[in-house]
Ligand binder design. Sequence first.
Ligand code: FAD
Length: 466
Amino acid sequence: MYEYRNMDGMLIKELKAIVGEDYVITEHDNVVSYLYDETEPRLRPAANEDCVVVKPRTTEEVSKIMALADKNKQTVVVRGGGTGLCGAAIPTEPSLILSMERFKEIIDLDDKNFIITLEAGVTLGEMNEFLKTKDVLYFPCHPGDESAQMGGLVVENAGGARAVKHGVMRNHIKGVELVLPNGKVMNLGGKLQKNNAGYDLLQLIIGSEGTLGIVTKVMLKLYPESKFTGTLLVSFDSYDQATEAATKTLQSGIIPLSIEYLDRQIALRSAEHLGEKWPLQKGNVDLMFILSEDSEDALFDVGGMIEEICEVVGAVESLIADSSKDQARILNIRSNTYTASKSSILDSMDITVPPAQMPALMHGFSSIAEKYHASIDTVGHIGDGNVHNNIYLVDGEIPPYYEEMKEELYKLAIQLGGSITGEHGIGKIRRKNLPLQFDEIQINLMRGVKELFDPNNILNPRTAIY
Ligand SMILES: Cc1cc2nc3c(=O)[nH]c(=O)nc-3n(C[C@H](O)[C@H](O)[C@H](O)COP(=O)(O)OP(=O)(O)OC[C@H]3O[C@@H](n4cnc5c(N)ncnc54)[C@H](O)[C@@H]3O)c2cc1C
């Protein structure tokens, strides 16, 4: 065990004066649990272990910490729930890790404007538990890990399975309180339905990956909850049948809450990891439709229409789960696919294409993998055009074709009108691939924005932009 080596002792003393002795962590053994996020171990950058963790409780404390860091040109990396999948929260140089774990207050539930205001350290799970007690109001986005915090969900513009019907975080964030890298505090957005004044800085902060400011409070739009939900599982022999069924369902005008795609081996691995049983046996790939309607009749009508579309395409088995227990079990297996396979995955990609281009992307992925004899599979939000194409380690090692294969996949996505990341973000692991998607003019504009917000480049440098 060693004490932090490089940070100026004076700075640590000043930090302790701001937040209190107990909330500045310098012992290496206690700092290590703040160094990594959930990014694939072989893909993530090595953390610099010369870090100090500071745990403020108020916006005023965050403001003072940032003013101090800016004055000393001290690098700061904000830490939310640590569930990120692009290495954005990993400090790669000696850093002050600013943990938001004490920002836990649910400040206000405005049931006249349908808006909830929370501190940035409240997790998705904590908010959902709270909303359950309020019966009718619910928040529609559901990224797969409920320990993600509000601040992290905002700055990563997280997506998740329900984006088919409800979009991503960006569509539901009404406002934030933000501390700038120099310590100044500002409020962006508000409870308005319309607001056309000036450039929309709130939208710039959403997706900024902890590089432009520290989110301390978040305002989210809530909605009345549809009372009837069901999960329809349908299996097919091949990925192109499943992809066609998903695309045809959307093109028929049906909008399920989500359409998830799972190669069977991924579903089986996750079920085994949880000690569960995947309920379908026939076929090789599965579609999981989550339906949400205002009446039971509507739920079964929509389910029936989807089953018909799937049958025409060649479905080999299907079942509908309507009890909340069975639905939760299936969703849990889907949510744990990454965790169950993480030790052998090299890269769980995050490509997005316009939904109608999904068949072309899946076909291209399969041909490219064949060309490199790569071990792959796919899981993800097929209804949003956003799937996670997994490339696996070979004998525990990164195969020599990996970079070339990845670049080929990114080029394919861009050629199909897509993006190299749909929801996980650029972070530290995709920076060097950004020029494939953006030209120099766009890259320079992004650099200019960063410089304007953070002229000393202290907040999460070398992240999100090229
Ligand atoms: C099993 C699993 C499933 C997942 N499923 C999904 C999914 O379906 N969809 C999806 O989009 N993502 C998914 N994720 C990724 C992850 O949950 C999201 O990216 C989430 O938004 C990260 O939030 P966090 O609080 O954990 O942030 P962290 O990982 O702690 O940090 C992420 C970035 O946000 C910054 N940050 C954190 N808090 C703040 C703040 N208050 N102010 C400013 N910057 C801040 C950090 O500095 C860092 O740059 C999944 C992850 C896992 C492990």
